[in-house]
Design a protein around this ligand. Structure first.
Ligand SMILES: Cc1cc2nc3c(=O)[nH]c(=O)nc-3n(C[C@H](O)[C@H](O)[C@H](O)COP(=O)(O)OP(=O)(O)OC[C@H]3O[C@@H](n4cnc5c(N)ncnc54)[C@H](O)[C@@H]3O)c2cc1C
Length: 299
């Protein structure tokens, strides 16, 4: 998809990913698991065990590297840039964008500020806000909102090494270098904060402390930004998507949790294909039936 849409490295770059483990048996188990999973998922690329020194060579920012497993297929993506770039490209083709909070009515119409609108197919990709939207259709949705925060740091640039890999360290926050001295560290999973979007200094300090355990040179001064958002989780932490049973005009997607930057584009592609070409696609390899997550509130 990244190739088809001709997206630049500011949006997506296949830098590889390193996943570390402190104990040797855990590292070997992880390596064996990665090799096994690769048989069914060639997009993972090559799988390689790295010593702590080899991890440090790939990620010179680290002052306390651990041994790990490197997957060449791993990538980093800037979610905001991905969305704005795809929307801009689609508008050059045939898409009209309207930014507005809307509702659904009980007859599968969209209620906008300009009146009620009826469409052949509607994709309701409203993340954690899906339950409210489906209330007029008497549908109860198994989705809860979770707050997430991350920090952006300005760090030393390595101009000859702009493709620094993503690091998923054991027991610490993910470490995502974007090149040109930009580093993202996060994110938090705050179940009790739901839709709260306020910034929390204690959380920022905790994220910085996590980063400092990997990169001892960091101080408060390196923190140049904080981002906060809302994730959508289903009870079994799995995403769901497709036509709503008994409301086939409406397609939904939600529950993308902490993997939506990874799975969202493919889910969007499947839904768009289904909306355009119809049919009853069999997505049972990817998800449980939608009736697992959407229930009638009249029953
Ligand atoms: C801090 C943080 C870090 C993350 N890190 C990662 C990561 O490293 N890797 C990864 O894969 N994923 C990550 N994620 C998860 C990823 O961002 C989400 O899974 C993904 O954005 C979900 O996409 P979505 O389109 O389903 O929902 P959203 O991105 O939530 O989009 C839903 C949209 O619907 C709109 N909407 C809702 N109600 C209405 C309405 N009534 N009318 C009009 N519009 C409405 C909302 O405004 C919103 O724009 C992270 C999330 C957070 C918060």
């Amino acid at each position: 998809m990244i190739h088809d849409a001709q997206l630049g490295t500011d949006v997506y770059q296949q830098t590889g990913t390193i996943v570390t483990r402190a104990a040797v048996p855990d590292l070997e188990a992880l390596y064996a698991l990665a090799q096994k999973r690769r048989e069914a998922a060639p997009a993972m690329g090559t799988v390689q065990q790295l010593t702590a020194q080899e991890v440090q060579a790939k990620l010179p920012l680290l002052t306390a590297p651990q041994a790990g497993v490197f997957l060449s297929g791993g990538a980093r993506v800037d979610g905001a840039a991905l969305v704005t770039t795809l929307l801009a490209k689609a508008q050059q083709r045939n898409l009209t964008v309207r930014q507005e909070r809307v509702e659904l009515d009980g007859d599968e119409n969209i209620v906008t500020s300009a009146g009620t609108r009826r469409y052949d197919r509607i994709i309701v990709a409203a993340g954690a806000w899906l339950p409210d939207l489906l209330v007029p259709l008497h549908i109860q949705t198994d989705i809860r909102a979770q707050k997430g925060q991350l920090i952006e740091l300005a760090v030393k640039d390595y101009p000859l090494q702009e493709q620094l890999p993503v690091l998923m360290p054991e027991g610490e926050r993910d470490f995502v270098p974007f090149g040109q001295g930009k580093l993202i560290v996060g994110a938090t999973h705050e179940d009790d904060k739901h839709f709260d979007l306020s910034l929390d200094a204690m959380v920022t300090a905790d994220l910085l402390a996590s980063a400092q355990r990997l990169m001892g040179t960091l101080t408060d001064e390196n923190v140049v930004g904080v981002r906060v958002g809302t994730r959508a989780y289903s009870s079994d932490f799995a995403p769901f998507f497709g036509p709503i049973p008994e409301h086939e005009r409406l397609l939904v997607a939600s529950g993308l949790g902490s993997s939506g930057l990874t799975t969202g584009p493919q889910i969007g592609r499947l839904l768009a294909g289904s909306a355009l070409y119809g049919g009853t696609p069999d997505w049972s390899d990817y998800e449980l039936p939608l009736s697992t997550y959407l229930k009638s509130s009249l029953a």
